[in-house]
Design a protein around this ligand. Structure first.
Ligand code: 0A1
Ligand code: ZN
Length: 862
């Protein structure tokens, strides 16, 4: 099958301002699949209607398809042509019936878009533009159709046949084959189409909706995986109930199915009534999944389920509006997860993720607004900016409106746009209308890229304090000059002596380039707590001293602000150490000691608060990133914290030992703190650290403890390292998801020889680029390992580029996602920068490069 490769021509740029309503609508489509892994025949019958008065032909998108038959109103069509990959049919009337037949080869589909084979089953992935690899169709999100799907296939190979909507009929097709028919009563865009055929079994459940309708739930997996599906099913029920109680949104079909597949480019997909998941976001049991995996499964199950309203019932007009569904749905899944355990810890995790992935994107060559203006390949825009910054934008609107008005605004949005393809502008208008606010200036969050920077200086004269705020947004590609943003900053002052709050929390809306706030009648020196709860996704610079930050880390009454103060203190200390070559660690040690001593704190919170900022986050603060100096400074502080607080770490470790595995917030928190403490004990250089880690590795009754111990050993040089790696491999051989962890843990190792080790792992018999999870586990993890990837020799860059060039031939989407670490070259010293650039140039010059890779790599050169 041909694919989206660019060959010799320069790829076309798609622009938001060029949007035009579709020329033809397709209110109904009937699909008939004759399933076969090598040759699947697809017959499509489309009812088409001319949209408005024009004489333009019907253009049906295709990608690598050859029309075997084209009929108009039942008669073989004359005059149809191909325009590149697309089928063009001139039509005379206002409504017609179009029939096409094509044959596709799922088994040869290594891109994993369209209909493809994975571990013996057939499944689809259509977002964003995969449907055109299945049949000719106006493959754009503003063409909504009612789907009827009939499929037939070999009974033994494909005993289960699933599609969107409700099952209507099934029967025997003779010759060992059977057929099934599904109808989806809700008009939907083609990107939400799905079909699955395979030898699957279901963990079945039931949910009664708020109006008393019964919904059959099914989590479909291979029989051997059935015991690992309870957590996902439970999360699905919780999500359904949560969306009813928090957003008033009820499920609308009689069945809701989820299928787990092993080969998947992203996390999961919200196809109407038939979600398809990367199996890593479904399968869990204590022996194979970490607490992180359990949490991620619940979050992704919730995310995809919530799309039923934010995405499916109300979809996107065009792909520039992607954040309309993704930003909102991430905001919804984050709120859901916060409600299941500790809101504060969830917020800390989300902000950590934003800083790790979105902030670097916003300051690099691929920076783009939450609502982009142009793209070459839309798959490249499923980014942290669209998803996570998009979620922050929704969060800020909910903060500005307050909970009641925000709910009224989302009700209005769902009511008004149900069954339609909407825009970000439509959403903001609902916020304005129901919230009674003017968001004219706030809209810049959709159009301006770059992370705003805020400086906040508090000065005191007698009983009066002045808070001077100033903001700026750095230039980004195509946007050299920025206008001021609306920044909702939650602010509070604490008495520096008594620790008492000196005012209620205030919501300051910083709208101008500079603004001043005065606090009167202060009885003691105030300490500033700002951007509490991370109320705006910005970088804040303050004139707070190490003493102020240590004070807040112990006394602030907002747990996020407490965490943030500690992080800032650590960051200031580490940046000073990197620049001066020597560290002043006392303030950090004292602050960590106090946090560990505070028995009122949740252990999960403590585990987060005492973690040092990552190498890459430290690098983000520097003019020129020096990965070796950062690594050395961070390791020195870790070692000192380990030694100075060895007794505390051991006490925390012992105190967090649980008896038997339990998946509860308290038990998870205990495991988190325990593994962080183990890391510090090892960092202290204690003689028994490797033995302690190995003991934990062997005795663990859950993957969190086993992998935590393995990571500690893998970072070190003890001979128990090899023993643990090989025991882990033996135990989990054959379990792909756990072998991913084996590869990933080694790729993330802090050891000096990691680049060499990872090169060797790429030739391991279990390594393959054909499976996206495996490729990401080794290549993706390695390229975020600041020490190893940036090895001064440049071998890390060369290795990653080689792998990406090879991966691009199989799976452009997954390859292109792994380009950004190479694109950070401008942030490094001239030697490294030149080597990174050279690899990007080599990628761009590769014959037959996909447009996915071309866009990512060529933009990264600018
Ligand atoms: N809409 C999905 C993400 C997704 C996007 C593209 C995919 O294939 C190219 C697959 C999934 C979500 O937000 O979960
Ligand atoms: Zn999504």
């Amino acid at each position: 099958m041909a694919d989206a490769r660019i060959a010799s021509q320069t790829p076309q740029v798609i622009r938001r301002e060029d949007y035009r309503a579709p020329d033809w609508l397709v209110p109904e489509i009937a699909l008939d699949f004759d399933l076969d892994p090598t040759a699947t025949r697809v017959r499509a019958v489309l009812k088409v209607e001319r949209n408005g008065t024009h004489d333009r032909a019907l253009v049906l998108n295709g990608d690598g398809l050859a029309a075997e038959a084209v009929l108009v109103d039942g008669v073989e069509a004359q005059g149809w042509t191909m325009d590149g990959p697309d089928l063009v049919i001139p039509l005379t009337g206002t409504a017609h019936e179009i029939e096409t037949v094509v044959t596709i080869a799922p088994e040869r589909n290594t891109q994993l878009q369209g209909l493809y084979a994975s571990s013996g089953m057939l499944c689809t992935q259509c977002e964003a533009e995969g449907f055109r690899r299945i049949t000719f169709f106006p493959d754009r999100p503003d063409v909504l159709s009612r789907y009827k799907v009939k499929m037939a296939g070999d009974k033994a190979r494909f005993p289960v046949l699933l599609a969107n909507g409700d099952p209507i009929a099934q029967g025997d097709a003779g010759d060992g084959r059977q057929w099934a028919e599904w109808h989806d009563p809700f008009p939907k865009p083609s990107y939400l189409f799905a079909l699955v055929a395979g030898d699957l079994v279901a963990n079945k459940g039931q949910f009664t909706t708020m109006s008393g309708r019964s919904v059959d739930l099914g989590i479909w997996v291979r029989e051997a995986d059935l015991p690992k599906t309870d957590h996902a099913l439970h999360a699905l029920k919780l999500s359904m109930a949560w969306d009813e109680s928090v957003y008033g949104r009820e499920y609308d079909l009689d069945v809701f199915n989820i299928v787990a597949v092993d080969d998947f480019n992203f996390g999961a997909m919200e196809n109407k009534g038939l979600n398809v998941f990367n199996s890593r976001y479904i399968l869990a049991d204590p022996d194979t999944a970490t607490d992180y995996d359990y949490d991620a499964i619940a979050a992704v199950v919730a995310h995809e389920y919530f799309h039923n309203w934010s995405g499916n019932r109300v979809t996107c007009r065009d792909w520039f509006q992607l954040s309309l569904k993704e930003g909102f749905t991430v905001f919804r899944d984050q709120s859901f997860s916060g409600d299941q355990g500790s809101k504060a810890v969830k917020r800390i995790e989300d902000v950590r993720g934003l800083r790790a992935s979105q902030f670097p994107e916003d300051s690099g060559p691929l920076a783009h607004p939450v609502r982009p203006d142009e793209y070459i390949e839309i798959s490249n825009f499923y980014t942290a900016t669209i998803y996570n910054k998009g979620a922050e934008v929704i969060r800020m609107m909910s903060t500005i409106l307050g909970p009641q008005k925000f709910r009224a605004a989302t009700d209005l949005y769902f009511d008004k746009f149900d069954g339609t393809a909407a825009t970000c502008e439509d959403f903001v208008r609902c916020m304005e209308e129901a919230g009674g606010v003017d968001l004219t200036q706030f809209r810049r969050w959709y159009s301006q890229a770059g992370t705003p920077r805020v400086s906040a200086n508090l000065t005191q004269e007698g009983g009066r304090a002045r808070l001077k705020l100033a903001q700026s947004v750095p230039p980004t590609p195509g946007q050299p000059v920025k206008e001021p943003m609306v920044l909702p900053l939650k602010v509070k002052l604490f008495g520096g002596i008594t620790g008492r709050p000196m005012c209620d929390e205030q919501l300051v809306l910083l709208k101008d380039a500079a603004q001043e706030i005065v606090f009167e009648n202060l009885s003691e020196t105030p300490v500033l707590s700002i951007n509490r709860g991370f109320s705006a996704p910005v970088i804040v610079e303050t004139n707070r001293t190490a003493k102020d930050l240590a004070f807040l880390s112990a006394h602030d009454d907002d747990p996020f602000a407490r965490y943030e103060a500690m992080q800032q203190l650590m960051l200031d200390t580490l940046v000073a150490a990197v620049t001066s070559g020597k560290g002043q660690h006392d303030a950090v040690i004292e602050a960590v000691r106090n946090t560990l001593a505070d028995s009122a704190l949740d252990k999960a919170f403590v585990g987060e608060a005492v973690l040092l900022p990552s190498d890459s986050f430290i690098g983000d603060q520097m003019g020129v990133v020096d990965p070796d100096a950062i690594f050395a400074a961070r390791e020195a502080l870790r070692a000192e914290l380990g030694k100075a607080l060895e007794g505390e770490w051991r006490a925390a470790y012992d105190g967090a030992q649980a008896n038997r595995f339990e998946y509860s917030p308290a038990a998870k928190g205990a495991r988190r703190l325990k593994n962080v403490a183990l890391g510090y004990i090892a960092a202290s250089g204690a003689d028994d650290a490797a033995a302690l880690a190995f003991g934990q590795f062997e005795a663990a009754d859950n993957m969190t403890d086993r992998q935590g111990a393995l990571s500690t050993l893998v970072n070190g040089t003890s001979d128990r390292r090899e023993a643990a790696l090989s025991a882990f491999y033996q135990r989990y051989q054959g379990n792909a998801l756990v072998l991913d962890k084996w590869f990933q843990t080694q790729a993330l190792s802090a050891r000096e020889d990691t680049a060499r080790a990872v090169e060797a792992l790429a030739s391991h018999p279990d390594f393959t680029l054909a499976n996206p999870n495996r490729a990401r586990a080794l290549i993706g993890a390695f390229s975020v390992n600041q020490r190893a990837f940036h090895d001064i020799s440049g071998r890390g860059y060369r290795f990653v580029a080689d792998q990406l060039i090879a991966l691009d031939r199989l799976n452009p989407q997954t390859a292109a996602k792994l380009v950004p670490p190479l694109g950070r070259w401008k942030r490094f010293d001239a030697g490294r920068a030149a080597k990174m650039r050279a690899e990007l140039e080599r990628i761009v010059a590769t014959p037959g490069l996909s447009k996915d890779m071309f866009e990512q790599a060529s933009k990264s050169l600018d």
